[in-house]
Design a protein around this ligand. Structure first.
Ligand code: MG
Length: 300
């Protein structure tokens, strides 16, 4: 089996010739939101149309973590290790506290309901950044069809005050997002309006000021084929992004240096495993993993 395509010799050092791409779970409808819990040795991910969050462990296999999940999508952990979840059905971002209770982080902006929060990242200062495209309210497939009240924007929630600010307002549909390792740059995917053949399919890069303000925003990389539904960053600031033919590895200069070829349409990825060296890949009806000679950025 050929699992890789390399466009740069350095990518050959990132992959292991005898480490297989394995499907570790299947039978879902559209999986997303992978997040690794090293302390519990398990992966959580969303099966959006089936309104549930699943758990996979190498010891015990697959089980249901939360159902209904309010059509949960993207997920991450905050700097205290708590689960942070985007929910289409309730049009909000929540935090699962250590005792299991749910705290609403954001569900509205300027008195209007959010659209359908899609993906989320937490900065080291505790601020919570999330994208809010309209995919989850356009149809009844991944949530509840509803009127759109707000533009598709990227928001920041203040860790201390809880206030919410619209940080990026010039996207068609913002989607996956991640900070560079030193948090000097913020990368945000634009995946365009649904059903639009000419939709945006790129990742933009913003400079992050000391006060958290953003500048720049040039197109960093155009995904081809497909689009960047979600991505994570490794310890050398390479971006590992979803694409139509697998996972694309994009270096810190914006060049495509290699691909992991996946037999289903990929939605998102996360690093996990003992040394954060195992890439988990959510792809349409299945979840895959592959061990790499790479590590995800530090953090929970
Ligand atoms: Mg997404």
């Amino acid at each position: 089996m050929i699992f890789f395509t390399s466009f740069d010799p350095i990518f050959d050092t990132y992959v292991l010739g005898n480490a297989p791409l394995k499907q570790i779970a299947s039978g879902f409808d559209w999986v997303e939101g992978p997040v690794w819990f090293g302390d519990a040795d398990c992966l959580l991910f969303s099966d959006i149309p089936n309104n549930r969050i699943m758990r996979w462990s190498p010891e015990t296999g697959i089980s249901t973590y939360r159902a209904p999940s309010n059509y949960a999508n993207g997920q991450t952990r905050d700097r205290e290790g708590r689960l942070v979840t985007c929910e289409h059905g309730t049009r909000r971002v929540t935090r699962t506290e250590l005792d299991g209770s749910i705290t609403v982080i954001a569900d509205s902006y300027q008195g209007k309901r959010l659209n359908s929060p899609n993906d989320v990242v937490v900065k080291s200062d505790g601020s919570i950044w999330f994208s809010d495209p309209h995919y989850g309210i356009k149809t009844n497939y991944e949530g509840y069809q509803a009127e759109q009240e707000l533009p598709c924007q990227v928001y920041r929630v203040d860790p201390a005050q809880g206030g919410i600010d619209a940080m990026l307002t010039d996207f068609a549909c913002p989607n996956g997002l991640a900070f560079s390792r030193d948090e000097s740059r913020l990368f945000v995917a634009d995946t365009g309006a649904m059903f639009d053949a000419a939709a945006e399919r790129h990742i933009r890069a913003f400079d992050v000021g000391a006060d958290g303000s953003l500048s720049g925003g040039e197109v960093f990389h155009v995904i081809d084929p497909g689009c960047s539904d979600g991505f994570r960053i490794d310890s050398d600031d390479n971006i590992w992004s979803s694409a139509a033919d697998g996972v694309h590895c994009i270096n810190s200069s914006g060049a495509l240096i290699g691909k992991i070829l996946v037999p289903e349409l990929v939605s998102n990825v996360c690093f996990g495993g003992r040394a954060k060296h195992r890439l988990f890949i959510t792809a349409s009806t299945g979840v895959y993993s592959i061990v790499l000679n790479r590590q995800g950025v530090q953090g929970p």
